[in-house]
Design a protein around this ligand. Structure first.
Ligand SMILES: C[S@@+](CC[C@H](N)C(=O)[O-])C[C@H]1O[C@@H](n2cnc3c(N)ncnc32)[C@H](O)[C@@H]1O
Length: 333
């Protein structure tokens, strides 16, 4: 919640105008061990702007659709909240977060360093059954790093060519990955993880004023596209999600694809919306929706409009937001 009449607690951040170009993810500390499809690393700067403007400072951040969890991890490492609650329904992803919370991050870090990765060794490892939670976590990371697009859903398969023709090894950075797990030990005791339906978790905490929610559901509203291919669990009662958001006492910030069904639900519930540019895995610039109760803190962002038509300024022809980004300077993901 924002204090009445408050412009910004951080006037220095309001100088100038934020460019509507997509965020270069190289500028964002990558703390998640996942290379997550639909991951929100690119959204971190916007998330920071939102949570910094929360007054009073929230105690807990809840991420009911945690996935790779970059927003929760950022909130803890950058001390925006004291605790986070992460919910994720996928068994494999859940094994990773559960292992971190149970104190197995260092075990996974060492296992990553000692693993000799070949296609055969990966197949051997991921076909082991009856494994405990930390071994399952390691299997998940292996799959996430060697499957095409990091996708664990049915129908996914090994990276064929990968980066620079390095095939199955092209996303395997053992030292970096191992360090990310070691670093997670620093915040593990401030994470509450539950393998539950995110909607139930929102409901459970809906009446708490000291809680804020970052909500990034599978993008499947109106029977849509992307989310179905990317996640094992993609079915969601989107209307119920919007209803729950309308009931929360704390603030929430939600991201969605720019779909008519989503905009209609947001309007029906009296929420505000803004478009924000992002670069997808194919380096194309897309627009996603940001939805919340009060998005006036985004007014200083250059407006992103739906039309991509060209327009003129003082005789000069300018183009509306670029369609492609250079993709330069990408860090290991
Ligand atoms: C768009 S992704 C979240 C990505 C995440 N924000 C990140 O940065 O990595 C949505 C996630 O929701 C999970 N999911 C789907 N239905 C769920 C449910 N009912 N409860 C909890 N998680 C769910 C999916 O498995 C997927 O990991």
């Amino acid at each position: 919640m924002k204090a009445p009449g408050q412009k910004s607690l951080f006037p220095d951040l309001c100088e100038g105008v934020v460019s509507p170009k997509p965020v270069n993810v190289a500028s964002v500390p990558q703390r998640s061990p996942f290379r997550y499809p639909g991951g929100k690393t690119w959204f971190v700067p916007t998330f920071r702007d939102w949570i910094k403007n929360q007054y009073p400072k929230p105690e807990i951040l809840i991420e009911p659709f945690a996935g790779g969890g970059i927003i929760s991890l950022t909130a803890l490492f950058e001390k925006f909240v004291s605790r986070v609650i992460m919910a994720e329904i996928d068994e494999d992803i859940a094994a990773v977060w559960q292992s971190v919370v149970d104190g197995h991050a260092e075990w996974i870090a060492k296992k990553i360093l000692s693993f000799e990765l070949t296609k055969e060794s990966v197949i051997d490892e991921i076909s082991r059954t009856g494994v405990d939670v930390r071994e399952k976590a390691f299997q998940t990371i292996l799959k996430n790093r060697t499957f095409h697009g990091g996708i664990l859903a049915e129908g996914s398969g090994f990276l064929k060519y990968g980066e620079n023709g390095k095939g199955i090894r092209s996303r395997w950075y053992p030292v970096t990955l191992s360090r990310r797990f070691s670093n997670l030990r620093l915040i593990a005791d401030r994470i509450l993880f539950c393998r539950e339906d995110g909607l139930e978790v929102i409901q459970e905490y809906s009446q708490r004023k000291d809680v804020v929610f970052f909500i990034d559901p599978p993008y499947t509203a109106g029977g849509k596209r992307a989310g179905k291919r990317l996640y094992r669990h993609f079915k969601l009662d989107h209307e119920r999600l919007f209803k729950l958001c309308g009931s929360v006492k704390g603030d929430f910030l939600m991201t969605y694809d720019n779909a008519d069904e989503v905009k209609a639900m947001a309007r029906n519930h009296g929420f505000q919306m803004r478009l924000i540019p992002m670069t997808n895995t194919h380096h194309a610039t897309m627009q996603e929706l940001v939805i919340g109760k009060d998005l006036s803190w985004m007014d200083r962002y250059t407006a992103v409009h739906e039309q991509t038509a060209e327009y003129k300024t003082e005789g000069k022809k300018k183009e509306a937001p670029a369609k492609r980004s250079s993709g330069r300077g990408k860090p290991p993901r």
